[in-house]
Every structure is written in structure tokens, then in C-alpha cells.
Design a protein. Structure first.
Lengths: 330, 330
């Protein structure tokens, strides 16, 4: 598999050097592997820190900025960052109002963020944590005990980030972040496997004419493999899998997310099918976001994330955000 | 090649239905194939209309909104829209201050926008046109007499859109659009060919271990084929090709653009190499944009576009923009 890289070993620091050059509004520490708002710490504001393996861009570094994250800690590809990164991030962004760690549910991330929380608290930083575990496809995967954290991470980071920007305290930001995480479910499909730079070949073998249902974001196997389906059939399957677990009784936020290798043109068409299914199931869609946001390198495919929302969550979703990866209304 | 679609024939209208659902701030007419600002016509403002074949998303429909385009006309995939679309778009957005057509230099687009300009003027709309022809790779391609219009289209639409938003008249907006077009050059490379839904197989055959230098945005062949190169070698080649033609004597805007199938992680690493080469050539980079903006369906690869800028163009570049595909500072 051909890649636009120099050598596999330097893909992550090379990308961070590029981020630093393209985004002067961020402080990118290539050595320590940190992406931080340049104006951090923001006085009087609870800070949000997230992170995880690289390969899911723009998540998380691309979500650093006003109205979303204060800092992100990128690990190696599909590999958790280390506690030192998280402790440095917390120290860089804490204004004294405390720090919320947004953690996707993968074994390494959970352990490292737990350790970092203890270390940061030893240094006098108040830390709260929220665990994102929205993927209904599989329980216990190669990388996870319990459900995987995927697309809902964007909802948690955006909504909790907006609440923190409005000046809410740490307990309140943590509670709303948890509400969003608990109210969100995802399901993804792959039309192709992804290729990591170090391996250089696809992470699993997906024959021509088949797709993988219930894929995660690390090239790990999904729930089942079937003969290729239409966009409409995939929407039926994915939305049904989400609704079976979510049981919304009111409006939802919808994320129609590309895995990295699927053109935006196809994602918009898939969005129309997702709306059709939700209409048939009498689920009102309050807002829809379409694009490549929580990706898996060059994987072709898409995921659907739905989040039950009330008036307050919707106002926070609509609030201004200005980051490299997500921007509106500011 | 597997795609997230229903049938090839309906890919464009399906995507437009999805755009309409995801973007209530736009008026999307699926029948007439138009994407228009919901608040159009904006009183007292020169309007910008662009369009071209689909398959390059977010270009052009994703660039409709405050600070950029007033309307876009999507054609079938890699096929010019028809004059009726452009005439309808002009009528929908003209406030009486006139309309600028931003036209990429492809034979079909040029003919159809010319015809539309005549028809619109017959209906009393003042129309100016700017031709974008920035690709230094080849002269006269499958689709073009002269140079192809590629990444510079984004620069023209953003900068002329900002000037129109500030209230400048049609002649001035046209002149600055032409200045940006004339001051911009691009060069692209492909690591894989793209696959159109109607054909279902790659548009050209690129063996494992080779890349195509000087690729366009329609899967047409490039300038030459070589054994796979590193990101640094590609940056050397692409930036040199652009600089040989552009001869900047001051700062440039840089667009490091993905062709659709290359992960953002790789694009940021490539951005670092593009900056390295520009530094070695003593070309100061005023601003850098990195991402998938002027794409070619699922093609893997990237292009570099540079634009010579003065203080005024930089201020217009930095001015607020709020569209689905490009947003900042608003």
C-alpha cells in the first residue's frame, strides 16, 4: 500500500510538525506530543483534555480550540498516549477550575488516563473523567473490555466544551459530558480495511464484493461479514442496530461519519438514507453533521452515531466552536 | 470497487438530498441541481456563482455561505453543469449588483458558463467571469484546452467572496478574482486512480510501487510516472514545479490539498515537507490550509497550490467565512 509519508516511524511527529505550521493558533509540542490552545489556560474556565491513538484525525488534535478541547494528547497510531502527556496537558490548561479527561473506552487509554488523573491530582489539579463507550456493534474487542468509544466522542467534546466555555463548574461539565456519553450510540461499517504505516498491508482481509458490519476504528474485525449492500440497506442495518439500544423518545443529533477513505459525495447520499430510516421509525432529527471526523486512516466506510438531546444539549451543540476540524457560528 | 451508494445513476441527486437535510442554512434544489444561500439575494452585495462536475467535494456546493459563494451548480460526476443551472443560480442570487461566475478551465465548463452569461445578461443580470487555470502539470488534457483549473479555485472563491461581502462592486470583485487566479499555481500527484460510480473500476491503471506526477482532478493521466517517492521527494518535485512557473518575490498562501483518499495524518506530514522546501527556496508562507478541499472522489494523493499575496489579499483570506467546507473567524 502506497502512502504519502517519509518513513513509518516518524508519521506522527511529522504530522504534528505540519499541524504546528498550519495552525499558529495552537501550540503544538512535537517532542512531548501535545496539541494545546495557544491562549491556555483560559482564566475561570474548566479545561477539557482528550487524546488517544493517532490515525483518527481530525479527532482529537483537530478539535482543540475555543468551544471544544483545551488540549489533546496523540499517541502512536492506534496506540494510547502515555500518562506523562496527559499530565503535561492538564498542567498546561488548568486555570484552577479543574480538568475533564474525555476517554474513549480502550484498555490502554483507560489505564493511562486513570494513572494520569492520579498524578495530576498529586500536583494539585482537580480532575474528572468521562468514559465514551458508544459502539453497539461488539462487546469486548481486540482493544476493549466493554463497548468501544467511537463517534460519540465528538458529541461529548463539542457539548461539554461549549458548557465549559459558558463558565460552568467541573461537576456540571462532567455531569453533562456523562449525559451525552450515556445518551449516544454508534454503529459502523467498512467497505475496505485500513492500512497502518508500520504494517503496510490491510489490517484484515475483506474480499471484493463483501463488507464488514460493526467495524471499529482500529481495523479490528466487526460483528459479521456480508455480501455488499446498497447505501439504503446499510442505513437500515446501522440505524436499526443503534435504535435497538438507544430507544429515543424525542429528537436526536445525528453524526454521519466517514472512516477516511469514502468520498464526501457518498457520505451525503448515505446521510439521506439515514434520514429516511429515522423518518420511518418516527425519530425526529434535530441536527445532522456529515463528514470525516472520527476516522480510521484510509478505511472506506461510514458510521452512524445518534445522541438523544434535550433543549439544553441542543443549545450547547449550536454554540460557537472554532477548531481546525469543527467550526461554526462563532 | 465497492461504494457507499444505491445505484450509480442517482449518486449526485442522492448527495444533494443529504446536503439539504444536513444544511438547513442552504437551499438545495435537487431537481434543478442548485445549492444556494438561504438568505440570497443579499441586498447590495455582488453575488458569486461557481460550479462544475461533481466528485470534487466539498468544492463547490460546500463553499456556499457567508464570505464565499452565493450559489453552486453541481454537474454529473466529472461533467459540466448545464447553462440552465447557471442562469437559475444567477437569477436566484443577483441583488442587482451583478454576478461573478468562477469557472474552472475545462472545455465543457467554459462553453456552458459562456452561454449562461449571455442568457443571464439577456434577462438583465450583469455578469462577469473569471477563469481559473492554475495547474502547471500539463497543457491541454483530456478535458482541457490550456491549463486545468484545480486548487486555486478555493483561493479565488474565498478571497473574491470576502471582497464581495465587504461591499465591493462587480468590476473590483472581478479584478481581484483575476489577480488571485493569475497569482496561483498548482501541481498534484496521485498514489492511486479514482473510481467513478458509473465505470466502477479505476480510471487508469497505476501499478503497485508507482505514482503519477502531475495528475488532474478527473482521473486523467498526469505528466509522468515514477517509482514511489517519499513525502519529502514528492514535496521537492511538486513545489519546484510550481515555483518554476510562479516566481514569487514575497509571501504566499499555501494549500496542501488531499485528493480524497489520503488520510489527514499524511497530509499534515506532507505539509511539513512542503514548508521545508519553501523554506529552502526562501519563500515565506503567510498562511497554510491543509485538508481535503478539491478532491477527485476516492483518489489517494495530494496537490500543492501556492498564491502570491499582498496585504490586501491576506486580509481578505483572513476575513470570516462560514460554509460547510470552510469556516473560520466569523
Amino acid at each position: 500500500m502506497k502512502m504519502l509519508i517519509n518513513v513509518p516511524e516518524s508519521v506522527v511527529p511529522d504530522a504534528l510538525r505540519g499541524m504546528a505550521l498550519a495552525h499558529p493558533e495552537l501550540t503544538v509540542d512535537v517532542e512531548k506530543r501535545l496539541v494545546v490552545r495557544r491562549d491556555a489556560p483560559v482564566a475561570g474556565k474548566v479545561a477539557l483534555v482528550s487524546g488517544g491513538g493517532s490515525g483518527h484525525e481530525p479527532l482529537h488534535g483537530g478539535f482543540v480550540g475555543p468551544g471544544m478541547l483545551d488540549a489533546a494528547c496523540p499517541g502512536e497510531i492506534f496506540t494510547s498516549p502515555v500518562p506523562d502527556q496527559m499530565v503535561s496537558a492538564a498542567a498546561a490548561v488548568d486555570s484552577g477550575e479543574g480538568v475533564l479527561f474525555v476517554v474513549k473506552n480502550y484498555t490502554g487509554d483507560v489505564l493511562n488516563f486513570d494513572m494520569a488523573a492520579e498524578l495530576a491530582e498529586d500536583e494539585g489539579v482537580r480532575v474528572a473523567k468521562v468514559l465514551v463507550q458508544d459502539d453497539v456493534a461488539v462487546t469486548d474487542s481486540t482493544f476493549t473490555a466493554g463497548r468501544r468509544g467511537t463517534g460519540a466522542t465528538l458529541f461529548v467534546e463539542k457539548i461539554a466544551g461549549a458548557l465549559a466555555a459558558k463558565g460552568a463548574g467541573l461537576e456540571r461539565v462532567e455531569a453533562v459530558a456523562r449525559q451525552v456519553a450515556d445518551s449516544s450510540r454508534s454503529f459502523g461499517v467498512a467497505l475496505s480495511a485500513c492500512t497502518t504505516p508500520s504494517k503496510g498491508t490491510p489490517t484484515f482481509d475483506l474480499p471484493a464484493g463483501e463488507l464488514e458490519l460493526g467495524i471499529g476504528i482500529h481495523g479490528e474485525p466487526g460483528r459479521e461479514r456480508r455480501a455488499m449492500m446498497t447505501s439504503g440497506e446499510i442505513a437500515d442495518f446501522a440505524v436499526d442496530a443503534v435504535l435497538k439500544d438507544l430507544h429515543p423518545d424525542g429528537p436526536v443529533l445525528a453524526l454521519v461519519n466517514g472512516m477516511g477513505g469514502t468520498p464526501l459525495l457518498e457520505l451525503y447520499g448515505f446521510c439521506a438514507e439515514v434520514h429516511r430510516v429515522l423518518g420511518e421509525r418516527r425519530v425526529p432529527v434535530a441536527r445532522t453533521l456529515v463528514g470525516n471526523y472520527v476516522t480510521s486512516l484510509d478505511m472506506a466506510g461510514a458510521s452512524v452515531t445518534l445522541c438523544r438531546v434535550d433543549e439544553e444539549l441542543l443549545r450547547l451543540w449550536d454554540a460557537p466552536v472554532r477548531t481546525p476540524g469543527l467550526c461554526w457560528g462563532v
